[in-house]
Design a protein around this ligand. Structure first.
Ligand SMILES: Nc1ncnc2c1ncn2[C@@H]1O[C@H](COP(=O)(O)OP(=O)(O)OP(=O)(O)O)[C@@H](O)[C@H]1O
Ligand SMILES: [Mg+2]
Length: 257
């Protein structure tokens, strides 16, 4: 049985999409069957995998609005065992349309849970907000990876997010787990990066991954080529970071399966 993992942080620009892109690709390149879901109407994950709107048979919005089945919307990526449920700006409308639906927070869960036996991991990229789209992701998910940028205020933002996750666990999804906290955009020559990483580890202890993602321009460049960095420049420090993270996650979860 697969595991559904949300990649979430209400703060913008912390590396959620970069993590969804490169972690899903690293897990697939390690031989696992992976589905990655773009649940952010910005659609950065879809375009980072080289998928434009005119190349989508259907997108997540079409699935939410009942115009397509989840099967119709899922497509293969450049990596054969990495499948994508892409999105477009149309998904912005789902946030509003969901308001009128009964059982509205369980919609995505209804689409994704039946796919669990087909994939080892289903990773979901979230928008930087806490509306109905994110709530749907956190109800569908079994665990959350929280990327945290190594910058000032990281610990405050993180404490708030963990409180929110526990509230969602209490009200909507009593098995939601914190999979791990991932330090991103780490610069070893910047004192602040080290201070923030030390502080996050002091507060959140073993919940913080050993792997740290360095700041590396290749991670920012590769989406414009429609490829994850682990495919575009596998030897770059950024790609190596995500390959190490995939290994760490597979080793941790081998205890679960
Ligand atoms: N480790 C890194 N090194 C250098 N640049 C990075 C790194 N991680 C992410 N970036 C760049 O930083 C920006 C923000 O990253 P990303 O889009 O992954 O964040 P996000 O949390 O998904 O943002 P949003 O909240 O807007 O969805 C992007 O331009 C991305 O290419
Ligand atoms: Mg993003």
């Amino acid at each position: 049985m697969g595991r559904i993992i949300a990649i979430s942080n209400q703060k913008g620009g912390v590396g959620k999409t970069t993590t969804a892109l490169n972690l899903s690709a690293s897990l697939a390149m390690a031989g696992e069957n992976i589905l990655v879901v773009d649940s952010d109407p910005q659609g950065n994950l879809s375009s980072g995998l080289g998928i434009r709107k005119d190349q989508m048979k259907a997108d997540l919005y079409a699935v939410y609005s009942g115009k397509a089945s989840v099967e119709e919307a899922i497509q293969q990526s450049l990596i054969s065992n990495l499948h994508v449920l892409p999105t477009s700006m149309d998904l912005f409308a789902a946030e509003i349309e969901l308001l009128d639906k009964a059982d509205r927070e369980n919609t995505l869960k209804g689409f994704l849970r039946p796919l669990k036996d087909r994939y080892k991991y289903i990773l979901i990229d979230c928008p930087p907000s806490f509306g109905l789209l994110t709530l749907n992701v956190l109800v569908a998910a079994e665990a959350v990876i929280v990327p945290v940028q190594c910058e000032y205020f990281a610990v405050e933002g993180l404490s708030l997010l963990i409180k929110l996750l526990w509230r969602i666990r209490g009200s909507f999804n009593d098995t939601l787990d914190l999979e791990g906290i991932l330090l991103t955009m780490f610069s070893k020559h910047i004192v602040l990066s080290r201070q923030v990483s030390d502080e996050v580890r002091r507060v959140f202890k073993s919940k913080v991954y050993d792997t740290v993602i360095p700041r590396n321009i290749i991670l920012a460049e590769s989406p414009s080529h429609g490829k994850p960095a682990v495919l575009y420049a596998p030897n770059s420090t950024g790609a190596q970071g995500y390959i190490a993270l995939a290994q760490e996650i597979m080793n941790d979860n081998s205890l679960l399966f």
